[in-house]
Write a protein that binds this ligand. Structure first.
Ligand SMILES: [Zn+2]
Length: 60
């Protein structure tokens, strides 16, 4: 194993070139989640559900 190889910024394991600069997809996802859940908090605009007022008074 080559010395001086880049280490995963998440866990410190040797970096897999496929997931550079991380060692695995898991760490890459963790980093992505860190960004999404941390600094960049996207304001959740909750669209109101389609509330259809059904007045079924025919049967009554
Ligand atoms: Zn890692």
């Amino acid at each position: 194993m080559a010395a001086g190889q880049s280490k995963c910024t998440m866990c410190g394991k040797p970096v897999d070139e496929k997931y550079h600069p991380f060692c695995s997809k898991r760490c890459a996802d963790l980093d992505l989640g860190k960004w999404l859940g941390g600094g960049y908090a996207i304001p959740a605009t909750e669209a109101p559900d389609d509330l259809e007022e059904l007045d079924d008074e025919d049967e009554f």
